[in-house]
Design a protein around this ligand. Sequence first.
Ligand SMILES: Nc1ncnc2c1ncn2[C@@H]1O[C@H](COP(=O)(O)OP(=O)(O)O)[C@@H](O)[C@H]1O
Ligand SMILES: [Mg+2]
Length: 344
Amino acid sequence: MITVSCAAIIPWEVNTMADNTLIRTEDLCVWFPVRRALPFGKRRYVKAVDNVSITIEKGETFGLVGESGCGKSTLANALLGMQKPTAGKVYFKGKDLNALSIKDFKEARRDMQMIFQDPFSSLDPRWDVYRLISEPMYIRGGYTKEQMEQEVLRLLKLVGLNEDDLHRYPSEFSGGQRQRIGIARAISLHPDFLVCDEPVSALDVSVHAQILNLLMELQQEMNMTYLFISHNLAVVKDICKNLCVMYLGQVMETGDTQEIFNNPLHPYTRSLLSAVLSVNLDEKQERMILKGEIPSPIDAPKGCRFCTRCPYASEKCHQETPQLQQCGEKHFIACHFPGIGMEK
Ligand SMILES: Nc1ncnc2c1ncn2[C@@H]1O[C@H](COP(=O)(O)OP(=O)(O)O)[C@@H](O)[C@H]1O
Ligand SMILES: [Mg+2]
């Protein structure tokens, strides 16, 4: 077994030393109350995000991965101020997002936009492309009609559509083209921070690369910072500098993407990695297939959240919740036995 030395340090404490942070969370919790079955029963919560501390640096693409229902979208909504935290803080450009005045909050929100997973339901079917793309500018105000038209045309070309598409409706486009419209709308106010919530999951595999390339080009051109959410580790591998692996509302492993791919120390990360099919048929991969279903987030397991599905779980894992510890220069893991099962 690989042995690693761990020191108790959490990422944001390390990263805030460099003043390159765009957004960070500090022990962020978002819990949703569950309606009680009996009037005097115990209050229960869906702990969608539970004690999450992450730091996203200016200009980077930060990957957030985990199975469906692990709290990725809820975390993104809290980062954008669309979901109030139950506890903990979100700092955007050094300021507590939830303590801003209404005016400052509106200004901050203009700098943060989102691309949605489903381009079929995220665009109003009654609006044409011009209205869809110009709406954020219209709400912001300060544009003449000519300026707005010019800007919409510029955005349309930027995302690979053309002038003829201006007065067509979403139903007349393919999934990939609709996602391009969603992207044009999201970048219309020149945001600093863009959340891409599974932007290719609902699209045909053949257009994945086109949309990902477009996002990467726009990031270079407009100097944006991305939070890239995906349930597929293969998608984030080449585009994300740093990565965070979530399970049932908590961070399991986080740090430099290459370091995590080269040396995945958490059994959960390894199970996600082994679910990614390798096209290299010579490569003999040992597959780690998880047993059982993801537990209910209402009564999350005591101790380590992953203990009910971890093939290496011991008594300690069922009793004590592991804290995030440093296991490499930019590598943090929440496991009592980092690297367990990585037999050489
Ligand atoms: N508004 C809400 N009210 C109650 N539960 C919610 C709400 N939003 C999300 N959840 C629950 O929180 C958990 C995490 O959801 P979500 O953040 O959408 O996961 P993911 O994006 O990783 O698929 C799920 O169990 C989901 O049912
Ligand atoms: Mg989601």
